[in-house]
Design a protein around this ligand. Structure first.
Ligand code: ADP
Length: 568
């Protein structure tokens, strides 16, 4: 406190010297009030809180100084007299300050990070993504061929991946080739097997058929009928196995023709009424489909579905009823036929229901012993239904019965008058038929068939003999087997078609027991006019003879006037 002015002061004084001699003291007085107002004005200007203390911690001046949580206080000691100045930023919290600092740092760091990222991406792309993309493309391109070839040198994980891939591909390729070869061998084996079994069976069935038309005692007829039925059953088992093998190779093909639904209902009635009657079962068919309905589809396959389900129903039902429901509706804009076959038989356990549509699966291991069967029927039905754009469902309860529901897509069509079977028998008397067949029994059967029709028959045992026979005299019809020693049927047909004279136009029917389309196609390709399956179905043979009547009567004019058509 200045003793004279009574104003609060800060006095700074220092001695001064002239030529190293003390000359006096210089003093500056600073009015404290001025200092305080300076501090206040600065504090206000920057919105700060300020407190100034002296060495004894006594507050000299204070402006807006509030201590709160998270407030940052900066402290400054100054002067020899140890005063202190504390300042708070009245507007900002420490967290805000920290945020600003971090943001500042980030602004500096982000570009660096982006650069690092870009560089990292470039490296990953170059050394990881690109090689993998190339591998994927190569794998995609080489889907149907051998190993993949990529130009990648570095000895790293990618190289290892490529090498393993190649090894695996080579291995799989070898296995695929082995599998293909074995499938081919299986098909060939089946074709041969089918021929080998069907040829003698054809003999058995044909002979039985011929014998059944002769005078027999009741006892003989009964035994012969059993013989015929067993043979017929064996043929159907064989067909089932062949059918399944075709399905397995994805060879199932639909043969679409117009047919009336009633023809199937009719044959279902005639077969299953008798069968059910024999077992004391009631058999009913309920159809909501128009009586006049014709479909464009594979009648034989549809029949196969129905008959397979009905065979099972009859087989596994000992009392009660077997019912068939037929209905038709448009589903997903496609005309759909629904077939339900319901029985009151032994039923199927839930566990077995999941299995029985798989090949060779039966509900119980004892089923084969008790009921027979291959376990293929339902697998075939399921496959046919799916090829026909439909499905199969099962609802069954053990001890109560089962209901199988099959849907198939079938387009309805206009009735075709021509397809109503007309049995057309021509007058074949005096026509000459050459039978080319190495199997003696088959020759006898075909010979009997043809003689009964009025043909004069001749027979040879292989293709080479057939060529010789045709060269020496003309025939009206040649029935040509395929599998024969010395020269097979395909070669013989081609030989005849290449002959110089009129005999090259002889009517030739290929006769084969092969169920495989290829054999039929090869015979047709060689020049056969038509293929008759073995065992020969008389109706098919008559139809074919009628269809090729022009060729049949080409060497024997005038006979055609005897043509008669018999409706059935
Ligand atoms: P298969 O009849 O030749 O044995 P399927 O594939 O037709 O072969 O049938 C498989 C199995 O499903 C049969 O063995 C039988 O156990 C069961 N099954 C099929 N249909 C019926 C049915 N209607 N009632 C009871 N069980 C049935």
């Amino acid at each position: 406190m200045d003793p004279y002015t009574h104003v609060q002061m800060i006095t700074a004084s220092a001695p001064y010297y002239l030529d190293s001699k003390f000359a006096g003291v210089a003093t500056v007085d600073l009015s404290l009030e001025n200092l305080i107002s300076f501090v206040k004005s600065k504090a206000r200007e920057h919105d700060l809180g300020v407190i100034v203390r002296d060495a004894n911690n006594q507050v000299i001046t204070e402006h807006n100084f509030r201590v709160e949580r998270d407030i940052y206080i900066s402290q400054l000691n100054f002067g020899d007299f140890n005063w202190s100045l504390e300042v708070v930023n009245a507007r900002r919290l420490v967290a805000d300050e920290v945020f600003d600092i971090v943001m500042g740092v980030e602004y500096a760091i982000v570009p660096v990070m982006i650069l690092c990222l870009m560089f990292g991406y470039y490296l990953i792309n170059q050394y990881l993504i690109k090689p993998i993309a190339v591998i994927a493309k190569e794998v995609d391109d080489s889907r149907h061929s051998g190993s993949i070839d990529i130009n990648y040198k570095s000895p790293d994980e990618i190289r290892y991946l490529i090498d393993s891939f190649n090894q695996k591909t080579v291995y799989l390729d070898q296995e695929r080739m082995k599998a293909q070869a074995s499938t081919k061998a299986k098909t060939a084996f089946l074709a041969t097997l089918s021929h080998e079994i069907r040829t003698p069976m054809n003999g058995v069935l044909g002979t039985a058929q011929i014998l059944l038309k002769t005078d027999l005692s009741v006892e003989q007829r009964k035994h012969l009928k059993t013989l015929y039925d067993s043979g017929d059953h064996m043929m159907s088992l064989l067909n089932e196995i062949l059918d399944y093998s075709k399905i397995e190779q994805g060879h199932i093909e639909l043969d679409s023709h117009p047919f009336p639904l009633n023809s199937i209902i009719g044959s279902m009635h005639s077969v299953y009424h008798t069968l059910c009657n024999e077992k004391g079962l009631k058999f009913s068919v309920y159809s909501e489909v128009d009586d006049e309905r014709w479909y464009m589809g594979d009648k034989a396959r549809l029949r196969q579905i129905l008959f397979n389900l009905l065979n099972n129903a009859v087989k596994f039902t000992s009392q009660g009823t077997i019912e068939v429901f037929l209905s038709e509706e448009v589903r997903h804009s496609a005309n759909t036929l629904t077939i339900r076959v319901r029985d009151t038989g032994i039923g199927i356990s839930p566990e077995a229901q999941a299995r029985i549509f798989k090949p060779f699966e039966q509900a119980e291991s004892s089923t084969t012993r008790r009921f027979g069967g291959t376990g293929l029927g339902l697998a075939i039905v399921k496959e046919i239904a799916s090829v026909m754009g439909g499905d199969i469902k099962l609802n069954s309860q053990e001890g109560i019965g089962s209901e199988f529901e099959v849907t198939v897509k079938l387009e309805s069509c206009e009735p075709k008058q021509l397809d109503v079977h007309i049995e057309r028998k021509l007058d074949y008397r005096g026509l000459k038929a050459l039978i080319v067949e190495d199997n003696r029994t088959n020759t006898i059967i075909i010979d009997t068939f043809m003689k009964r029709k009025g043909f004069i028959t001749y027979s040879v045992v292989n293709g080479e003999e057939a060529l010789k026979a045709v060269a020496t005299q003309s025939y009206d019809l040649i029935l040509m087997d395929n599998h024969m020693p010395v020269m097979d049927g395909v070669e013989a047909i081609a030989g005849i078609r290449n002959m110089p004279g009129r005999e090259k136009d002889t009517l030739i029917f290929g006769c084969t027991a092969d169920v495989f389309k290829e054999t039929r196609e090869r015979m047709m390709g060689a020049g056969a006019d038509f293929i008759v399956g073995k065992p020969i179905d008389e109706r098919i043979l008559d139809d074919a003879l009628y269809q090729f009547a022009n060729k049949l009567f080409q060497f024997t004019d005038g006979k055609r006037s005897n043509v008669t058509s018999i409706g059935s």
